[in-house]
Design a protein around this ligand. Structure first.
Ligand code: TA6
Length: 276
């Protein structure tokens, strides 16, 4: 079956719903942002999470889905997580691949800053998001970036995240280096930057009876985040109780994994999300 494509609005933003034989996804050219991914296997629940209180307007970050943090990660500069997620990207028409999956390419370049970006979204049994960066200037430019994926879970206190056992991580709260012992469980605020470790993490959700495989490419750092109670209450675009139904497992280049692109150089960061 050829895929279906429907134009929609989410808040003030244009969005495109893509329906293939295997999955449905919703994305917006605002920030080249994937908002929803629903594989048709299992219960067909959305794999991605979005806040009921998110903003959906030009110039503002979306709380949920897969924010594209570029051309910097975190607060190394302002706005936090870069400016790319706050602005409209160019979006090409979706195209169907031989395997029935659908690809959408979005592009953005900032001549003044000297970098160009392309996000390639492939929707099928898995969701793959690829962020290509190219230095279009005549000088070296530092790059940190992330595909800051928010995942939907039934109850964050009942899930386990495997794939980081024995990995060192920087706790962004205590500002200390630690080593992960076993699976990650959630009973407090977590903001951990894992170095190296496996390129595969599994979110095991016993309540929804599903295991989400999160793969990373072009990334030696993964960030795992849950704001928990106090921080959730402080964010105006985040419901006080919503921390219970989400976590972030992010493909990132930051800290020791920060990059510097020479003129003409490129870097690719990608995440692949699928159900086991
Ligand atoms: O990736 C984790 C993190 O850097 C946290 O420190 C927290 O700031 C989160 O991103 C959300 O950032 P945002 O700017 O989207 O509110």
């Amino acid at each position: 079956m050829a895929f279906q494509m429907k134009s929609e609005k989410i808040g003030a933003l244009d969005a495109v719903r893509i329906i293939t034989d295997d999955a449905e996804a919703l994305l917006t050219p605002h920030g080249a942002h994937v908002l929803s991914f629903r594989p048709f296997v299992g219960e067909g629940e959305d794999v991605l999470w979005g806040s009921e209180k998110s903003n959906y307007e030009d110039g503002k970050a979306i709380r949920g889905g897969i924010p594209v943090c570029w051309p910097w990660f975190g607060k190394v500069n302002m706005p936090a997580h870069g400016f790319a997620r706050l602005t409209r990207w160019n979006m090409d028409r979706p195209t169907e691949e031989a395997d029935g999956s659908v690809t959408v390419i979005l592009t953005y370049q900032n001549q003044e800053y000297g970098l160009a970006a392309r996000v390639t979204v492939n929707v099928g049994k898995a969701l793959t998001v690829t962020l290509d960066t190219e230095n279009i200037s005549d000088h070296a430019i530092p790059l940190t970036d992330a595909l800051h994926t928010y995942f939907h879970v039934a109850d964050v206190t009942k899930i386990r995240v495997s794939g980081f056992d024995g990995c060192d991580y920087y706790c962004n709260l205590a500002k200390t280096m630690n080593r992960q012992n076993g699976d990650i469980i959630f009973n407090r605020e977590i903001d951990s930057i894992y170095s190296a470790g496996s390129r595969k993490a599994v979110i095991d959700d016993p309540v929804l009876d599903r295991r989400i495989l999160v793969e990373r490419f072009g990334s030696n750092t993964a960030v795992v985040w849950n704001p928990w109670i106090e921080k959730s209450a402080k964010m105006e675009d985040f419901g006080d109780e919503e921390y219970k139904n989400m976590l972030c497992v992010e493909a990132v280049n930051t800290r020791e994994d920060a990059r510097t692109l020479a003129p003409g150089a490129k870097h690719t960061l990608a995440t692949r999300i699928s159900l086991l």
